[in-house]
Design a protein around this ligand. Sequence first.
Ligand SMILES: C[S@@+](CC[C@H](N)C(=O)[O-])C[C@H]1O[C@@H](n2cnc3c(N)ncnc32)[C@H](O)[C@@H]1O
Length: 295
Amino acid sequence: MVTEVLEALALRPGDRVVDGTAGLGGHTRALAERVGMEGMVVAFEKDPLTFSVLVERVRSLPQVRPVHASYHEMSRFLSPASVQGVLLDLGLSSFLLEASGRGFSFRKPDELLDMRFNPEEGEPLYRRWRELHPEKLAEILTQYGEIRRALPLARAMFDRKPRTVGELNDVILTRAPRGGTRLLRKVYQALRIWINRELEILQMGLCAAWQVLTPGGRLVVLSYHSLEDRLVKCVRHLPGVRVLYPRGRTPQPGEVAENPRSRSARLRAFVKEGEDAVAVDACLRILARCAHPGQ
Ligand SMILES: C[S@@+](CC[C@H](N)C(=O)[O-])C[C@H]1O[C@@H](n2cnc3c(N)ncnc32)[C@H](O)[C@@H]1O
């Protein structure tokens, strides 16, 4: 959705913009072209392998500053009210799925179940089963995979403590033979969200973005599942926000035909109006209240 992203960000030559999830630099290059040589694109990427490829790809673009860090830390690298746009393109890249060797895809049975975006931080999934118990695992599958009646499956996973993708697939398909690829996808999504603390990071990232945007600056987020989108939508409750597309935007049929993984993408865009800054703590509270009402 490069065209829609550029339209939503409405950048001008000389602007400064953050690409929070640069990947291999597809959007980064388009942003660099928009802001030109007088502008700047600060491109965050958490995965060291992806980051090294990104650095090579943007070497010829002096206005791009690659940063190997998580986007939720952007305010460590940027002053408050210093950029005109922030883009977050959430989720997995084809590179991580196909080439990282870290067990992100249920189609790679020989890979170890690691699933970390940054394998230099924390421990891989196959070493973390022992800190869970079946009830906690069932909660993860229900909350992040939207899998109903997950306890029997969670017990089977806990008993087997799979080390590889093939072993995990075996547990899932033995326990729920009719679940098929749909269930596999949901389980992999749930485990990946848990191990990378994706929703917590997203919440902190949205508030960090709000800090670094100038008045009139724009936050644009592409999300790929309803849990992310539910949280992103909550940005509308921040003081001084203008929502650009009340229902969000989805990809054109042509793009879905060309890239089937884009079918679940939803773009949301917000303008930060007015001079009033919202403190990070207040921002986190507003998002938490909206995303988890009653807690
Ligand atoms: C959907 S891809 C981005 C694709 C990119 N927009 C492009 O045009 O090539 C998401 C990327 O974000 C990275 N990522 C995930 N969580 C991150 C985080 N917290 N901070 C920075 N990068 C992150 C992933 O490693 C992956 O490369």
